[in-house]
Design a protein around this ligand. Structure first.
Ligand code: HEC
Length: 196
């Protein structure tokens, strides 16, 4: 009896130790806004713009005549994955975390770039706003899917042109609000409507 207890006790201690080590690793990593933005939203929007740019007409709309069935399928597919990426942002777990500890965002190391910490403060001020704007992007992407399935070049061209403004409406609030004035000035000078 005594002999077995003596052997079993260190074995139990060992199990206890290894469990403690394994537990944090077994937990799924929490997704951050930065990763979903960089790896999903940005790349998939590029796929949508790639189709739009390849078939642009002289009025900056979509040249429907040059769109093949394969092009429409590609557009619908790209917009479907963009919609999913936007929903991934909208459904980030609470509280929304911008970056993994120590990670940096684009331009953070320049004189003018905003830091991950300042983006986190903007997000913490109004996390529901992030979800709402992400849902708007999801809805807009869904409309591109519908237009692509209908082979509706008029609607698709207009929606793809509007896409950039949807990205920016969130960036200017959460990423670089300090540059709002600068952007408005540029827009005024280039004749664009600053309210869009
Ligand atoms: C719901 C809000 C929201 C929407 C919508 C949104 N973004 Fe972002 N995006 C952010 C925030 C916040 C940051 C700053 C944090 C960061 O850089 O990851 C960011 C950063 C980025 C970055 C820089 C990533 C990096 O390396 O730091 C890119 C590129 C980007 N967005 C592309 C897009 C594109 C393209 C769209 C539209 C198709 C879009 N975003 C729509 C919130 C949004």
């Amino acid at each position: 009896m005594t002999k077995w207890a003596w052997i079993a006790l260190p074995a139990l201690l060992l199990v206890g130790c290894s469990k403690k080590h394994e537990q944090p690793a077994a937990e799924p990593e929490k997704a951050t806004l930065h990763e979903v933005m960089k790896n999903e939203v940005d790349t998939r929007a590029d796929d949508v713009w790639a189709v739009g740019n390849a078939h642009i007409d002289e009025d900056a709309g979509m040249d429907g005549k040059s769109m093949t069935d394969a092009d429409w399928t590609r557009l619908a597919g790209a917009a479907t994955t963009l919609q999913q990426a936007a929903l991934d942002i909208a459904n980030l777990p609470n509280p929304i975390v911008v970056v993994k500890p120590g990670a940096k965002i684009a331009f953070e190391d320049t004189d003018w770039g905003d830091s991950a910490a300042s983006v986190q403060r903007n997000v913490d001020k109004d996390p529901q706003g992030v979800r709402d704007l992400a849902n708007s992007l999801a809805e807009h992407s869904g409309e591109i899917v519908t237009a692509a399935r209908k082979h509706d070049a008029g609607a698709a061209g207009k929606l793809i042109n509007e896409l950039d403004g949807i990205c920016e409406s969130c960036h200017v609030k959460y990423w670089y609000p300090s540059q709002r004035k600068l952007i408005d000035t540029i827009r005024k000078n280039t004749g664009e409507d600053p309210s869009t």
